[in-house]
Design a protein around this ligand. Structure first.
Ligand code: ADP
Ligand code: ASP
Ligand code: MG
Length: 455
């Protein structure tokens, strides 16, 4: 059971979580293992810690420590509302210890004016370490037998700081060692999501939104019967509710559809969440912690949505389009491999690709290394780039059975200019690249055409 930041934002939210966990324990057969709880940092805390890291890098030690102090105070204040007596004293001491360790890092680094990715992860990990300690104490206080486990001692990763990848074998071995005894005692283990350590014990993070991924990794290692992602919406919706007013619930969808939607911007799931679930064929359920009685969305290997041709829309904003043109070289063999080798060297993923006789257009989401990429491509082609673009991805297992889907999508977009259009071999998605400024209007028009009028 994974609870996101808004699900543990304050006293009331933590109260809802303890009720949900207690209900799970009451409903499941006594012979079943207790659920494993994975929790994100409290709402906005990771943003706050990254701000602390920025102040530190700028050498603004006072601002960094003040901000960190505010974050510590927020946790301690909530602890006082969800625990009491000796338990309150213990969790307050633990919270102070976590924040003191981070303030020591801030003090040391602020005079250097430098925060490496490795230390950025150490600072960012404070959020999940603190929230998990708080939730474990709140569960115990409410009578649920719970034990805090340091997630860094379980989730083993590579050393790619700020976007580490799990080492599944290492994590499996550590999970057996650290989590099995907790379950055997009948305790609910509570761990922070998002954080892990390298084989040498150095703290890493899985990238923003990574707690969903942590839950799926632990779930696969423990062979659980279901991975539950508890969040602030009713489930996977037909579009991001911040972009399209009143999207509908998607009651079920396939692993492939969910991966596609998550990759192209449906933030409700971290893009890698589905991978560990697929490997063990474990169903993933998305549920609303404010409305725990609603059925949510069930994601399984071969589920079919009943929405019609499309299952849902997703959009990824602020992407960069790079056009690579070479009249001389394009038809020569080896050209594409040379081209993609440049992206590979700069560790930049390409999302959408289209080609014409003399040019290739690609989109990249991570623009940090675009300048050196363009420079290297210029060694053998003409290159131009356009920023402030967006990708819209329409996803549905049934697209390949409906020859009219593509035409309906294009006509729904009317006069909105399209920069690239693509339909992959799986024919599970239709992808449009357009100006970021047009994305909201385009999403609303597509949503109206395929899911009925929004208001
Ligand atoms: P949590 O803190 O629980 O991990 P997130 O903010 O990471 O929550 O993800 C939930 C948010 O994802 C929703 O509030 C919603 O704004 C956004 N979202 C984007 N696309 C979708 C979609 N297709 N369905 C549901 N939510 C979506
Ligand atoms: N707290 C982390 C973040 O804000 C991870 C997560 O919420 O899943 O990115
Ligand atoms: Mg999230």
């Amino acid at each position: 059971m994974k609870f996101g930041g808004t699900s543990v934002a304050d006293e009331a939210a933590i109260g809802r979580v303890t009720a949900i966990v207690r209900r799970q324990l009451e409903r499941q057969p006594a012979s079943d293992s207790p659920p494993l709880i994975v929790v994100s940092a409290l709402s906005k805390v990771t943003d706050g810690l990254l701000q602390v890291a920025r102040f530190t890098a700028e050498g603004d030690r006072d601002q960094a420590l003040t901000r960190l102090g505010e974050l510590a105070d927020r946790h301690v204040a909530i602890a006082a509302t969800v625990t009491s007596g000796a338990r309150l004293a213990a969790v307050t001491r633990d919270l102070h210890a976590e924040f003191t360790a981070t303030s020591d890092i801030v003090r040391a680094l602020s005079s250097l004016h430098d925060v490496s990715p490795r230390l950025l992860d150490a600072i960012a990990s404070t959020g999940e370490l603190a929230s998990s300690r708080l939730l474990a104490a709140a569960l115990s206080e409410s009578g649920v037998p719970a034990a805090w486990v340091d997630a860094r001692e379980v989730l083993q990763t590579d050393a790619e700081f700020t976007c580490a990848a799990p080492d599944m074998d290492g994590t499996h071995a550590r999970a057996r060692l650290k989590l099995a005894p907790v379950a055997a005692r009948g305790d609910v283990a509570v761990l922070g999501g998002f954080i892990g350590t390298t084989g040498d014990g150095v703290t890493t993070t899985l990238g923003r939104g990574g707690s969903d991924y942590s839950a799926a990794i632990f779930g696969a290692c423990l062979d659980v019967s279901e991975i539950q992602i508890w969040t602030d919406v009713d489930g996977m919706l037909t579009a991001d509710p911040r972009v399209v007013p009143q999207p509908r619930l998607v009651p079920q969808l396939s692993f492939a559809e969910a991966s596609e939607l998550a990759y192209f911007g449906a933030k409700v799931l971290h893009p890698s969440t589905i991978l560990p679930a697929v490997s063990k064929n474990i169903p993933v359920r998305i549920l609303n912690s404010r409305q725990p009685n609603l059925p949510g969305t069930l994601i399984t290997a071969d589920a079919r949505s009943s929405q019609g041709t499309l299952t849902a829309l997703a959009c990824k904003r602020d992407v960069t389009v790079i056009d690579i043109t070479s009249t001389r070289m394009f038809m020569a063999h080896g050209f594409l491999s040379r081209l993609f080798d440049v992206f590979e060297r700069f560790k930049t993923a390409v999302d959408v690709v289209t080609t014409s006789e003399v040019s290739v257009s690609v989109t990249v989401d991570d623009a940090r290394r675009v300048e050196p990429i363009v420079e290297n491509l210029r060694a053998f082609a003409e290159v131009s780039q356009e920023r402030e673009m967006a990708i819209i991805c329409a996803v549905g297992e049934d697209i390949h059975d409906d020859p009219t889907a593509f035409g309906r999508a294009v006509s729904a977009l009317g006069s909105i200019p399209l920069r690239m259009v693509s339909q992959a071999a799986s024919r599970r998605n239709i992808t449009f690249v357009l100006r970021d400024a047009d994305v909201q209007q385009a999403m609303v028009q597509l949503h109206d055409a395929f899911f009925g009028t929004t208001n």
